[in-house]
Design a binder for this molecule. Structure first.
Ligand code: OAD
Length: 238
């Protein structure tokens, strides 16, 4: 059964690494994913940073460098199109900039952004990097080492309350390419209205399907997102 909308629906989109997979960026937990090749504790925690900042800088330098070699794919472009027709809030766990480069505005980056760095001592001092490489000795205006502006494991996710509000306000929620393994982002669906339409796009079986009553497109984002976007435009705008 499908709920009827009397007004244009408000749409929240939660994206994860899977939406960028077809652009050539590895996911984290799939076979051959980033966390098979790197130890989370070494490169994505404040403890790892304290232990070996060079290793951490190098890990994110390589990720940043890769951004110059990849392009948004059909899924990113389809979401930019969706945003032209509806009020769409994009909440991403991704630290790449492919949503923006596809033309999407107002992207909420829950886990930070690769293109940004911040002062190790004063978190409010955030800078956009012009170059992919950040080195030991690169400092903020107050002379403290710059670190990636990434939310590491064990750190607060400051945007979560705002993201929860967006999910709560949504009539339709699209969840695309995330294993929903990492909290608090994975808990955002608990904020959805009981009658919100929830659509999951992920080629793999997901345990959350039944819990949240998600309509599951078991396909790659590059195939399913343009299809779902076309269906929504057809349904509401004819
Ligand atoms: P994961 O690597 O945990 O999950 C990726 C999801 O994408 C899986 O469910 C795959 O089945 C799916 N997937 C793979 N290829 C796809 C495709 N072509 N189209 C659609 N889906 C596809 O990545 P996330 O859930 O994003 O955080 O991981 C969440 C967080 O864990 C990341 O933001 C990162 C990581 O540790 C930090 O580093 C702080």
């Amino acid at each position: 059964m499908r709920e009827k909308f009397t007004k244009s629906p408000r749409i929240a989109v939660l994206t994860g690494a899977g939406i960028s997979a077809e652009s050539g960026i590895s996911t984290f937990r799939d076979q051959d994913g980033l966390w098979e090749k790197h130890d989370i504790m070494d490169v994505a925690t404040p403890e790892g940073w304290r232990r070996n900042p060079s290793l951490v800088l190098e890990f994110y330098n390589q990720r940043r460098k890769q951004l110059d070699e990849v392009l948004p794919n059909a899924a990113h472009f389809a979401l930019a199109k969706l945003q032209k027709h509806f009020q769409v809030d994009i909440i991403t766990q991704n630290v790449d900039d492919l949503h923006e480069r596809a033309g999407t505005t107002n992207v909420m980056h829950l886990h930070g952004e690769l293109r940004k760095v911040r002062s190790d001592k004063f978190p409010a001092l955030v800078y956009t990097t012009k170059h992919w490489e950040v080195k030991l000795g690169d400092t903020c205006e107050k002379g403290h080492q710059l670190r990636p502006n990434i939310v590491w494991f064990g750190e607060d996710v400051p945007l979560i309350p705002l993201a929860a509000q967006l999910v709560e306000n949504a009539d339709i929620i699209l969840v695309i390419g995330t294993s929903l393994n990492v909290y608090p982002a994975a808990g955002l669906l608990y904020h959805a209205q009981y009658n919100a339409r929830k659509i999951l796009i992920d080629p793999n079986e997901m345990q959350v399907e039944n819990v949240f009553q998600l309509q599951h497109y078991k396909e790659k984002a590059g195939d399913a997102v343009p299809k779902v976007v076309a269906e929504l435009i057809q349904e509401f705008l004819g």
